[in-house]
Design a protein around this ligand. Sequence first.
Ligand code: ARG
Length: 589
Amino acid sequence: MAAEYTGNLKHQLEILFDESLRLTVPDETGVEIKVAASQPGIPGDYQCNNAMSLWSIIKGKGTQFRGPPAVGQALLNNLPTSEMVESCSVAGPGFVNVVLSSNWMAKSIENMLIDGIDTWAPTLPVKRAVVDFSSPNIAKEMHVGHLRSTIIGDTLARMLEYSKVEVLRRNHVGDWGTQFGMLIEYLFEEFPDTDSVTETAIGDLQSFYKKSKRKFDDDPDFKEKAQKAVVRLQGGDPIYRKAWAKICEISRTEFATVYQRLRVELEEKGESFYNPYIPQVIEELNSKGLIEESEGARVIFLEGFKIPLMVVKSDGGFNYASTDLTALWYRLNEEKAEWIIYLTDVGQQPHFHMFFKAARKAGWLPDSDKTYPRVDHVGFGLVMGDDRKRFRTRAAADVVRLVDLLDEAKTRSKTALVERGKDKEWTPEELDQTAEAVGYGAVKYADLKNNRSTNYTFNFDQMLSDKGNTAVYLLYAHARICSIIRKSGKDIDELKKTGNVALDHPEERALGLHLLRFAETVEEACNNLLPNVLCQYLYDLSERFTTFYSIHQVNGSPEEASRLLLCEATAIVMRKCFHLLGITPVYKI
Ligand code: ARG
């Protein structure tokens, strides 16, 4: 069987084993075939582990087979011949080990070099997804938690986009809370003429928030005014709406500087957007019998949760949950999203699990987790300082200003480049761009490489080190590969058309195999919403390359053409990984 590489080795082998399954046990074709990459030390590249479970299904049914190894052997014997498979063997309790054909692997890499890396993109079973990320609160601080949400959310969006999913990148900003009452009243006091208010006049919106909060807590008259202001705002009073819009506008400008630096694109649809739809959604839930009265409030009782989900407060106002239920309704029905992904710290997990459950109860979502339309709360841990406490600035201020953090990363990486004499070799623009790519890349990668659910320690020295699993190390590794290609003096685009890849040596083969695992890695990272899987892949790729390069000469060797193509393929896959992780690659070091 001619096998064109379709981007996912695992799936391709699963298709072959599925055919074998039909021949081996024609009555059990509903069994799901599982193929996995082999563990190191196993004589094969992939393994099919179905024999044991198949055996336990068929043993009581008068089967001809005498135990799992015989089932494994039959699966092997019935495997359709395919160009992609070199050989197979059965081991232990029926594991079928598959060795891929090196020629076929080489050919698949050649095809990618000509047709482009997009031909390796996974195909996911959804057309449109919402990624709800970053989502800071107006006038409150955009803290490192929001930075994590922004970085992880952007990567997930990029991975889905690469997999041909249309992604609605949603910034669900908190622009409709009760905090606006005090903010607006304070604004009126400080600036009787609202039109004249500018960003510079207010200065730092966070301290403005704090000052108004202090007044709210200390001054009962002000508190009362603020509470009335909320009602007037929500009732649509034009003067209050105008003041609200002004405050949002100033906040938005502040957020935009962070997004711009990080090159993250987001479309704001804040809490206020969903407000007009809330009553009809509550009514729908009510008509389905989900809503009950409890202590003056309206709530939904949910199995497995001690407290009910409040959807209308006792004063008749709406809250975070009513907004989120409505936003979910809107995304499913108006935006026709099939997968909705939310990024916040793990602390908010109960909130998400509760309203997801309410949505299932209302019949908006299927009962099981991974069926579509699907919702996922992607929770992440806290950012810690070196002192193992919640991350704070050195000045012991309350929060770390994100812009300062990014500035520092850039400055530090520039200093390191200057120490290495790059200011003499490069133009000031090159120095600046590289410092930025490395500095911001380091901040992003340090966050993404950990399993997101754990807390992580923010440490500039570690993230900016050029050794170990860091963005700096990886960016340099990529630049080094580019320089090998440059130094060859060969026209690589010409070579792609005329040259052939050969994977004759073990290190070349190991590198080639790892390259071909790119697609299944991205697919796994998407399905499990784990960017660290892609980071680990990227790090392993650079390790495979280093091993290959430390043993084999590239330029000037008889295998030069093939090896340059392998270098190029590695650089292309590395760049795609950087792109998916939101990191700008550098070409010179
Ligand atoms: N504004 C919230 C916060 O800062 C995060 C919003 C997350 N998205 C959502 N749909 N609830 O904590």
